[in-house]
Design a protein around this ligand. Structure first.
Ligand SMILES: Nc1nc2c([nH]c(=O)n2[C@@H]2O[C@H](COP(=O)(O)OP(=O)(O)OP(=O)(O)O)[C@@H](O)[C@H]2O)c(=O)[nH]1
Length: 319
């Protein structure tokens, strides 16, 4: 067995006017010819922030204040000839006009236009993390389908989520399908992306949904990604083993919890932020913290490497 040393790479996502800065890697280097976010190896004795400030200035001439950097995601990837640990940070303020100081071409691109195939394989989760919002709004309980729809309308208007999951495990398949049809209409009208909860066949029935969220009991039945890359795939995870399985399924993101005890899963004790952080560090996918959380917890979730928070109580009207 070869033991290739892992290289710690500081990667910077610099935002300006809704676009991010990308460069083309020179042809002769590792993963040459592909696009990348500016960055480079963290040198001995440097913090990742110091490495980013240095690399970004060396490569692009842009000046960034270390305190302006916020963590995005940590990705470990084995290219076979090289093992990298991409430590990804973002900055929304940088001084100067970027230029490719090492001969590379640099340009600003909208996040929605970043294509996986233009970047090294390790960048896939980074692109997902940049596209996903900080909150993942999950529908809660309601007294019947009519009430459900009223509550959904109310919640969409008052909370204005970007991404929503229609979760109603208490309903029969037929009733869920009826609700999905109505909810989809409402979400599209409100410019909200709707994820469906259950089996992959739901996307054949409702191609206008943005993706599928597999509850763990569904996820465990699959060994390969069960939906096309045109859709988002999410998996509910609760342990390192489940996260590994979700990664094998090439999930675009996962939810992980419960972080704190929650009324929707009575009897389950919370894993706490330290365990959440450990599991996130090993995951390599965007992870929403779930379970007993509210919007002010987004900052904690992000400081622990998470994408943000998922949940019901922070947006769903109580019955
Ligand atoms: N900067 C950067 N590196 C990336 C990205 N994605 C990715 O897999 N990598 C990998 O991370 C490693 C970074 O190496 P680098 O060549 O940029 O670092 P450096 O400037 O310190 O290298 P050098 O001193 O060897 O020239 C390479 O193996 C590269 O393929 C990315 O988006 N940005």
């Amino acid at each position: 067995m070869t033991t290739v040393r892992e290289i710690h790479v500081a990667v910077g996502v610099i935002f300006r006017e809704g676009k991010v800065l990308i460069a083309r890697r020179p042809d002769h280097v590792h993963q040459g010819g592909l696009l990348e976010f500016p960055g480079g190896k963290v040198e001995a004795g440097e913090t990742v922030q110091q490495a980013l400030v240095r690399e970004i200035f060396e490569e692009t001439g842009l000046r960034i204040a270390p305190e302006a950097l916020e963590p995005v995601i940590e990705v470990r990837h084995d290219y076979g000839d090289k093992r990298v640990f991409l430590d990804v940070w973002e900055a929304s303020s940088a001084e100067g006009i970027p230029e490719g100081r090492e001969g590379q071409k640099v340009r600003w691109v909208e996040v929605g236009k970043l294509a996986d195939s233009d970047f090294p394989a390790a960048n896939r989760p980074i692109i997902r993390a940049l596209r996903l919002p900080r909150q993942y709004a999950i529908t809660g309980a309601a007294a019947g389908v009519e009430a459900y729809l009223e509550q959904l309308e109310q919640a969409l208007h008052s909370a204005g989520p970007e991404l929503c999951l229609l979760r109603a495990p208490e309903l029969s398949d037929d009733t869920y399908a009826q609700l999905a049809a109505w909810s989809l209409e409402s979400c599209i009208a409100n410019n909200v992306k709707l994820m469906l909860h259950g089996a992959p066949s739901l996307l054949e029935q409702f191609p206008g949904a943005c993706g599928l969220h597999l509850p763990w009991h569904q996820a465990r039945q699959h060994s390969v990604r069960p939906v096309s890359g045109d859709y988002l795939l999410a998996v509910s995870c609760h342990s390192a083993e489940e996260i590994a399985h979700a990664t094998q399924l090439q999930a675009d993101f996962i939810t992980l919890g419960p972080v704190r005890p929650t009324p929707s899963h009575p009897g389950a004790s919370g894993m706490g932020w330290n365990r959440f952080q450990e599991l996130v560090a090993a995951s390599g996918v965007p992870v929403y913290a779930l379970g007993g959380l509210s919007l002010p917890d987004i900052a904690e979730a992000r400081s622990r490497g998470g994408q943000g928070v998922a949940g019901i109580s922070f947006w769903w009207p109580s019955t």
